[in-house]
Write a protein that binds this ligand. Structure first.
Ligand code: SF4
Ligand code: SF4
Length: 408
């Protein structure tokens, strides 16, 4: 079954329930502080639209806090029990292209020897149902990285929302007007047309075919008229942010004046990194209780002042200048040098949620301007002060805290 299939919007609850028979189903739902992926939400809660969940998809592959193993020193010999991740396979329903593309960036880290088994298993067990993204926000520039928000690479199934006009039955729906008078007529209006939402879906992998096959009783083949509408879909994402052309030798970018400028504004809150789908720094900590304990890993942030602090007190990145520079150069220069790809997917979360409005897009443009001017640029210094944007106060406290962990 590789043709486009379809189901009506009102079948969504049945579709999710059908999937839940075989898979753990995750889909985005709206909560007070934004959209989040939630396991088997009630169908009415599911938001299938072009708005990005607040926390990126990496959350389902690299959890905020994760037990690695537990140990006991109580017996004659120490016991160590590896934490087992896994269980049922998962369907991630309604993921957007930028988030799906971010998994490729994480794969290049966690699937390189030594392979991270927990991450690998979650990837193997996941079937990704991508929602074609047609209404991105002004912060989006995923197409600058060659990402197709309509049919993202890596998706097992593509889901498209369409609104089509369906003729309504004349008998039920056609209204008649009373014209009055003997011999008066009751002219008919042309058959009314009703707007109805349908979902089109198509498998793009073996996993995807399995999913579509499981839904077969709820699907019908999509009519040509609907398939034809797909060619009209287009994305608004900006594709002209020149992120891929930056030098990969750090010496060329090390002393740019903009690092100081950014550091003077940055609060060091780490929101940009915690919400970034491609940031993968973590911390490892033990929680000990008597002769037994557990080891955890939890998301961490290179923007935290203690991230690189060593046991003896030394810190190779003692000020915000070094930390800000590290964040941007890792994404735009170091990672590409090692992994052949920029470590950004243009989702814009870091820009939208930075309390002081620091924008990675501005940074990329400024570096390009600086280099183009032969080092005489410094346009960034002349930019007006950023307007604080939507803050992250409510949700920041819910993100990534190692049990017992310390963040300065
Ligand atoms: S750096 Fe910003 S725009 Fe790029 S992937 Fe991360 S959050 Fe999205
Ligand atoms: S979100 Fe903004 S203020 Fe907070 S650490 Fe990132 S760049 Fe700095």
């Amino acid at each position: 079954m590789t043709q486009w299939q379809q189901f009506k919007k009102e079948y969504l609850p049945a579709v999710l329930s059908k999937l839940d028979e075989k898979w753990d189903v995750f889909a985005p739902v709206e909560q007070e502080d934004g959209f989040r992926f939630k396991q088997m939400p009630a169908a009415g809660e599911v938001f299938l639209g072009p708005r990005k969940p607040l926390l990126p998809l990496k959350l389902l592959f690299l959890p905020e806090v994760e037990e690695l193993f537990s140990y006991s020193l109580k017996g004659v010999s120490p016991e160590l029990t590896q934490a087992v991740s896994g269980g049922r396979e998962r369907v991630i329903f309604g993921a957007l292209g930028c988030d799906i593309a971010s998994l490729d960036i994480l794969d290049r880290v966690f699937l390189t020897e030594p392979v991270d088994e927990a991450y690998r298993r979650r990837g193997e067990q996941a079937t990704l149902v991508a929602l074609a993204c047609v209404g991105e926000g002004p912060e989006c520039f995923c197409t600058s990285f060659g990402i197709d928000p309509l049919q993202p690479k890596g998706a097992d199934v593509i889901l498209v929302t369409l609104a089509n006009d369906t003729p309504q039955s004349e008998k039920k729906e056609t209204k008649q007007k009373f014209c009055g008078g003997a011999g008066g007529s009751f002219p008919k209006e042309p058959p009314a047309r009703r707007r109805q939402e349908v979902f089109l879906l198509k498998a793009f992998s073996k996993k995807g075919k399995r999913l579509v096959e499981a839904l077969r009783p709820l699907l019908t083949e999509a009519p040509q008229s609907d398939i034809a509408q797909l060619t009209d879909l287009s994305s608004n994402s900006r594709g002209d942010v020149p992120a891929d052309s930056l030098p990969r030798e750090e010496s060329e970018l090390w002393d740019l004046p903009l690092w100081k400028n950014l550091a003077s504004r940055c609060l060091g809150c780490g929101v940009c990194t915690l919400l970034c789908p491609t940031c993968y720094c973590f911390d490892v900590e033990d929680e000990r209780c008597g002769a037994a304990g557990k080891r955890f890993r939890a998301w961490d942030s290179c923007m935290s002042s203690c991230f690189t602090k060593m046991a003896g007190g030394d810190n190779p990145r003692p000020t915000k200048v070094e930390r800000v520079r590290q964040r941007f150069l890792h994404k735009l220069s170091y990672y590409p040098r090692e992994k052949e790809s920029v470590a950004c997917v243009g989702c814009g979360r870091c820009t939208v949620h930075c309390p002081v409005g620091i924008s990675i897009e501005d940074v990329i443009l400024e570096i390009n301007r600086f280099l183009a001017s032969g080092g005489e640029g410094g346009v960034f210094e002349k930019l007006p002060p950023s307007t604080p944007q939507k803050t992250f106060v409510d949700s920041a406290g819910q993100v990534s805290r190692t049990p017992g962990g310390k963040h300065e």
